[in-house]
Design a protein around this ligand. Sequence first.
Ligand code: SF4
Ligand code: F3S
Ligand code: FES
Length: 255
Amino acid sequence: MTAIVETETGPVEAGAIPSFTVTLRIMRFDPENHGPDPYWDEFDVDVHGTDRVLDALHKIKWEQDGSLTFRRSCAHGICGSDAMRINGRNRLACKTLLKDINPNKPITVEPIKGLPVIKDLVVDMEPFFASYREIMPFLIVNDGKHPSAERHQSPEQRERYDDTTKCILCAACTSSCPVFWTDGQYFGPAAIVNAHRFIFDSRDQGATQRLEVLNDKEGVWRCRTTFNCTEACPRGIEVTRAIQEVKRAMITRAF
Ligand code: SF4
Ligand code: F3S
Ligand code: FES
């Protein structure tokens, strides 16, 4: 059976889409087999305009160099595991079409910045998740009562934190923040976005605890409103705005 592919002009047979060659310039790091320093490696790959950077990485791994290491799972922009720097910008490899990033020049692919690189494009996410855990990313209800019915919420109350529920914890924001790059101590935008998601949830009673955590010297006050995080977010979350709202809540204690 012939595979059908959706294109900008409608569905066509996969074989009818012209292929072309792109060069991927990938930052490699393999201390066990290649010494302690990162190095650049180049691969030419035959691709179609409908292919994404993730497809090109798969082709390299499956057909040219099985040792190339990167994370991915869903391949559809949901799991958040394949954030990387593509032509100097943080993006999800599975959501970045090759035709949208000038395939006529070599495409650079590097690991996200500010987190320790383990191998090639795989970074150690533990410092990122440690900050996430600190803001207590779960509903806190302190009234000691077992509810006899659902905890109701109006559409307006739900709307208050709707934007920050979209986070997929990809770290594209935190690893694009120059404050995080300086020493990796700053909680980072992703942790604050996820704190926002609960601070402004009308059912939650842990806002004060979370604001105390983020009032730390490595907390929200380190944000310099650079907006890199907002530009990097693949989910279109207004990250800087959420940070500003958390700062305001800290001052007014109104949430
Ligand atoms: Fe990724 Fe956006 Fe969540 Fe940051 S806020 S972790 S960029 S989804
Ligand atoms: Fe960093 Fe975003 Fe603030 S990039 S400085 S967290 S606005
Ligand atoms: Fe899941 Fe890209 S592989 S978001």
